[in-house]
Write a protein that binds this ligand. Structure first.
Ligand SMILES: Nc1nc2c(c(=O)[nH]1)N[C@H]1C(S)=C(S)[C@@H](COP(=O)(O)O)O[C@H]1N2
Ligand SMILES: [Mo]
Length: 360
């Protein structure tokens, strides 16, 4: 059993790197403190529903069980690291509740749940093994249909995945992040990384992976991480609405909110993320001028945010910058987002306030 002897998070969360949401466990990455394509582990956002469990890898086991496997398998930390082919992928993780504060401002209410600004998103290089290889070692039966990862933290987090998503090339069980052993707050000894899906699917502190032959209902696909509201029909017996799979199409400006800049020509940068799709263009508008194209400066492969930049000759005064991403499915960020009870999936174009003056 994991030895839980700490409270809250293990890593420091200094305010110059991270935004405190006030929940005691959830800290966002400040957009003006993201520099490379990947976000440093010291500032990568943390979303945890319970204290970080401090797990001793020597006692840890990952069980692969369920009526959808031919024979249950139990893997130790070393087995995981030495018995399967290695894979390393750069992937973005975004919480479905990202920008809940902006959503609340848009619809004139305060949503329940973690008060995220724009900060519940990050990209890292994740290293580990394909979930598919682990499942195949247990033998997947012909009638297997869902894969249910389960955690060792106090909330026993679970989020079922359809078999096809579990078997995808870029669904991995990761033990390293940005070239180092997975930190405790991000799921040590091992976590799932489900590419292009909501963060909640990427279960941290894995203890068991159950392969089921039936649809599985758990709190995270019936009560939480579901879309509740008009236009979102309940799906399944217990579900209050359809379970979220991909996060919303969104874009982010790498500036504080509100921002203060010096006058003159300069480059403004940002990111855009389209879940399992590819970001194809990013447009921007300053004040009430015409929309223009920003330059995408990274490949923006599916599951990874694209980086963009624009040049602006900033004049003194108060300004508003709007940024609108589009993807290869023809989706474009809208001006408003339909309400849902838990304030998930905010996708609206944001009006970013920028004050330009000599003493920013
Ligand atoms: N076991 C467990 N896994 C979890 C969570 C959790 O609370 N417990 N939070 C989920 C949610 S909602 C998100 S957005 C991501 C955040 O991953 P991070 O903390 O590494 O950024 O982890 C997911 N995995
Ligand atoms: Mo999340």
């Amino acid at each position: 059993m994991p030895n839980v002897d700490r409270h809250g998070l293990v890593k420091p969360t200094p305010p110059d790197l991270m935004e405190d949401t006030g929940s005691g466990l959830d800290y966002g990455t400040r957009p003006d403190r993201m520099f490379g394509d990947i976000v440093g582990t010291d500032r990568f956002f943390v979303r945890s529903h319970a204290d970080t469990p401090v797990i001793d890898a020597a006692d840890w086991k990952l069980q692969i069980t369920g009526d959808g496997v031919r024979q249950a398998v139990s893997l130790g930390y070393n087995d995981l690291r030495t018995n399967f082919p290695l894979t390393s992928i750069v992937r973005t993780i975004e919480c479905a509740g990202n920008r809940r504060v902006q959503f609340g401002l848009e619809v004139g209410q305060t949503f329940e749940g973690t008060q995220w600004g724009r900060t519940a998103i990050g990209t890292a290089e994740w290293t580990g093994v394909r979930l598919r290889d682990l499942l195949e070692s247990a033998g997947i039966t012909a009638d297997a249909s869902e894969v249910v990862p389960e955690s060792l933290d106090a909330i026993r987090a679970r989020r079922p995945l359809p078999l096809a998503k579990a078997l995808a090339d870029d669904t991995i069980v990761a033990w390293a992040m940005n070239g180092e052993e997975l930190p405790p707050d991000h799921g040590f000894p091992a976590r799932l990384v489900v590419s292009g899906w909501l963060g909640a699917a990427s279960i941290k502190w894995l203890g068991r992976i159950d392969v089921a032959t039936q649809h599985v209902e758990v709190p995270w696909n019936t009560i939480d991480y579901v879309m509740i509201g008009p236009g979102y029909p309940a799906a399944g017996d217990q579900a209050r609405g359809p379970a979220i799979t991909e996060p919303a199409l969104s874009s982010l400006v790498e500036l504080p909110w509100p921002a203060r800049l010096c006058p003159g020509p300069q480059i403004i940068r940002g990111r855009a993320f389209a879940g399992e799709a590819r970001v194809t263009s990013v447009d921007y508008r300053i004040d009430d001028h015409a929309w223009q194209s920003a330059t995408i400066t990274s490949s923006g492969e599916p599951g990874v945010w694209a980086r963009w930049q624009l040049r602006w000759d900033a004049q003194p005064g108060e300004h508003v910058l709007r940024v609108r991403a589009a993807d290869d499915r023809g989706r474009v960020q809208p001006d408003s987002t339909p309400w849902n009870e838990l304030g998930y999936m905010h996708e609206s174009v944001l009006a970013h306030p920028i004050s330009v003056g000599d003493n920013p």
